[in-house]
Design a protein around this ligand. Structure first.
Ligand SMILES: NC(=O)c1ccc[n+]([C@@H]2O[C@H](COP(=O)([O-])OP(=O)(O)OC[C@H]3O[C@@H](n4cnc5c(N)ncnc54)[C@H](O)[C@@H]3O)[C@@H](O)[C@H]2O)c1
Ligand SMILES: [Zn+2]
Length: 706
């Protein structure tokens, strides 16, 4: 027995609880079944409930993800609206049924109304336009309800149908007759001139979008969430005579059934036939991205009276369209470039130059954090030098930022330049290794490169991992560090301290939980003991042993930084060559040290007290803690709990597991926080006469002579 729909559903993964953030985080790792289940769920929410729960760009990524993993998946044919109940009527056969009798009936389109292929940036757009010859048509991507209109041999409208699921739509003819924008009779002169196939009369089909102007929607905006939903409701109204009052509009974007050779001629004909074609343009190839940006700017500035969610490009030559053909999903000769989620305006603070492992030096805009499509964004890569030059960034400029594909932060344009007009220069040298920086032309624009990428990239990866390892920031294996470097998030060890959950969770197979752990790890290491700090810098000859030696000798970071060659040579074990290497290393790392100090506190050693040192040395020799028991409580600052226990054991003491009368010392951490229950219990015992002592972290360190 074939499984019923219900059984199939219960076998599908449960995705009902996933919200936008969870979906975005999981996208890179979802399998085909999960993607399919999510697409089914969000389709239903969007088309049937008219209540989408995720932004369109995220939905589009789900579809794209599934198309990549399993192009033949049945869910990909289920996109769109559910077909209404009842026997399906062929489009041509509707002509013999009075429109009023077929309102709401399912209608089979003569040719499927396909979806559109999507691109998310200038790279995809330009590589698509390289696939054909001739002019490119650019139109707004209207956010309304797709509609097919069919005219008979006299040029009279006999059918209007929705797109539905692409192959079958819904009859809306009687209602469309109430839409003034839709001609019921084509202009006879223009119609007579249309070239039909092989000299026959053309069977004209006009496709376009029914929509409601924003100025009209004003009247309804209290009761309806958006003009598209209201348009859908108005055009499918089951009661006669109700549609007219909504004053819907129609944008014609496709004329079929004629032998016109170009889109230019088709659009001229549409106008002559009586359609009010909104703006559309034939744009030189070099200006396709600019056309997108112009529509985006006009939309942000409220200069257009209808909702659009992107622009649509189309190869104008019909011969090229035929050559390219279509997939089951979309024509290959058209491309939608959709606006990406929210757009926001913020203030540009700085431009950093981030060096990838392979030596590409990319400008990164740093701006005042803004929330876009549910995430806080504070930086955006600037793609290539052409984009950087075109933007004309100045410090303090108001910039418009989007998330491409609903995810990737992108600086669209400068809204107003900064008051001071301070510009940003393209660096002459690689910020990572100081080798010369060179400009090179590639297919998709000009880029900046480090002239010595061999040493540059791998050396920096090593430096970053060395830092994380020495400071004991866990979780930053080569995979994570590599991705962070490639994303422009990490180029110096100081950058660990500015990593944010939102950035990391985008990484391959990472997810929110792990991203949070990584950031927590970094946060837990904002106090670094001097010897560890010195060792973390990755200076030649400044390994663990010499770091401890220098720290013990010079006590403070300032002391180490200001050390003279003579003073260094007086330290036992430090010879000429090593002293020189250390001094040179400290100098080249000066910037790094300063950058780190903006995020971390280096715990210096206490000032030297020769007497105490002698005592401590003597005590250490016989085991300073003499078999006493120690327990630690509260937030320890100078060492971890594990290190504390090791110190107890190394100095002849015994770590205890709880507060009791037999405990000798309770060591209270120097970190802030409420009194612990251990400390309260210990104080009670002391009040009751126990010999137990409560001491500070510092007292403990003094006992063991540190
Ligand atoms: N957020 C969600 O949960 C959710 C769920 C399902 C669908 N959606 C959204 O619904 C939309 C429908 O998806 P799709 O892939 O079927 O459509 P699409 O995005 O591929 O666009 C195709 C449609 O664009 C319209 N269009 C507007 N202007 C046009 C022009 N100038 N030229 C050609 N076509 C033009 C046509 O009606 C056509 O049917 C998408 O935007 C998708 O993101 C969202
Ligand atoms: Zn370099």
């Amino acid at each position: 027995m074939a499984p019923t729909a219900k059984q199939v559903d219960s076998a599908a993964p449960d995705v009902s609880g996933l919200d936008t953030a969870a979906i975005e985080a999981g996208l890179p790792s979802f399998d085909a079944d999960t993607l399919a289940a999510l697409i089914r769920r969000t389709n239903h929410e969007y088309w049937n409930l008219h209540a989408p729960t995720i932004p369109d760009p995220v939905y589009d990524r789900l579809v794209e993800g599934l198309r990549r993993l399993d192009p033949a998946h049945p869910v990909l044919d289920e996109l769109g609206e559910a077909t209404p109940e009842g026997p399906v009527i062929e489009a041509d056969a509707t002509a013999s049924i009075p429109p009023a009798e077929r309102l709401g009936a399912p209608v089979r389109h003569t040719r499927a109304m396909l979806s559109l292929d999507k691109c998310y940036g200038p790279e995809d757009l330009y590589s698509w336009t390289e696939k054909f010859e001739g002019e490119v048509l650019v139109m707004p991507k209207m956010d309304g309800v797709a509609c097919s209109l069919r005219y008979d041999a006299e040029g009279k409208l006999f059918l209007a149908a929705t797109r539905g699921n692409g192959s079958e739509g819904e009859d809306i003819t009687v209602n469309v007759l109430e839409v003034e924008d839709v001609p019921q009779q084509l202009d006879p002169a223009a119609f007579a001139e249309l070239p039909g196939p092989d000299g026959a009369a053309p069977a004209v089909e006009v496709r376009g979008e029914l929509f409601m102007k924003l100025s009209v929607f004003e009247r309804y905006k209290e009761q309806y969430s958006n003009p598209r939903n209201l348009t859908a409701g108005a055009i499918k109204h089951k009661e006669r005579g109700k549609t007219k009052a909504y004053t819907l509009s129609f944008y014609a974007y496709d004329l079929q059934g004629t032998e016109l050779p170009t889109e230019r001629e088709k659009f001229a004909s549409l106008r002559a036939l009586g359609f009010a074609v909104e703006e559309c343009d034939f744009v030189p190839r070099g200006e396709l991205q600019a056309a997108y940006e112009r529509w985006s700017a006009r939309r942000s500035a409220d200069e257009i009276d209808y909702e659009i969610d992107g622009v649509v490009y189309r190869a104008s030559e019909v011969a090229e369209q035929r050559r390219m053909g279509e997939t089951g999903h979309h024509p290959r000769w058209s491309m939608a470039y959709k606006f990406q989620g929210d757009t926001g305006t913020t203030t540009l603070e700085e431009v950093l130059w981030s060096v990838s492992r392979t030596g590409t030096i990319t400008p990164v805009a740093i701006f005042k954090p803004i929330e876009l499509s549910g995430a806080m964004i504070a930086r955006a890569g600037l793609f290539n030098l052409n984009h950087f030059d075109e933007l004309g960034l100045t410090a303090g400029a108001a910039i418009e930022v989007t998330r491409r594909g609903g995810v990737i932060p992108y600086v669209e344009r400068v809204v107003t330049p900064g008051a001071e007009g301070e510009t940003f220069d393209i660096p002459k040298r690689c910020p990572a290794c100081n080798s010369e920086a060179v400009r090179r032309k590639k297919r998709d624009g000009e880029f900046l490169y480090c002239s010595k990428p061999e040493g540059c990239g791998s050396a920096r990866l090593g430096e970053l991992q060395h830092f994380a390892k020495v400071v004991d920031i866990q979780g930053f294996g080569p995979k994570v560090v590599t991705q962070a470097v490639d994303a422009g998030l990490l180029s110096s060890p100081a950058d660990f301290y500015t990593l944010r959950v939102e950035d990391l969770e985008e990484f391959d197979r990472l997810g929110r939980r792990s991203a949070e752990n990584l950031v927590a790890q970094v946060d837990a290491h904002r106090r670094i003991e001097l010897p560890i700090f010195l060792q973390s810098l990755g200076i030649d000859h400044l390994g663990k042993q010499n770091a401890v030696l220098l720290a013990n000798e010079f006590r403070t970071l300032a002391g180490v930084r200001g050390v003279s060659r003579e003073a260094l040579l007086e330290v036992k074990g430090i010879k000429d060559a090593i002293a020189d290497a250390l001094l040179a290393g400290l100098e080249t790392r000066a910037e790094l040290i300063d950058a780190l100090l903006e995020h971390v506190t280096v715990v210096d050693l206490p000032e030297r007290d020769p007497e105490a040192e002698a005592e401590a040395a003597a005590a250490a020799a016989e085991g300073a803690l003499g078999g006493k028991t120690f327990l630690f409580t509260g937030a320890l600052e100078a060492f971890t709990r594990k290190q504390a226990q090791e110190k107890v054991e190394a100095n002849g003491g015994v770590p205890a597991s709880g507060v009791s009368k037999s405990l000798d010392y309770l060591v209270v951490g120097a970190g802030k926080g409420a009194k612990s229950s251990k400390q309260k219990k210990a104080e009670k015992l002391i009040d009751g006469g126990a010999a137990l002592k409560v001491i500070s972290e510092g007292d403990f360190l003094a006992m063991i002579g540190e």
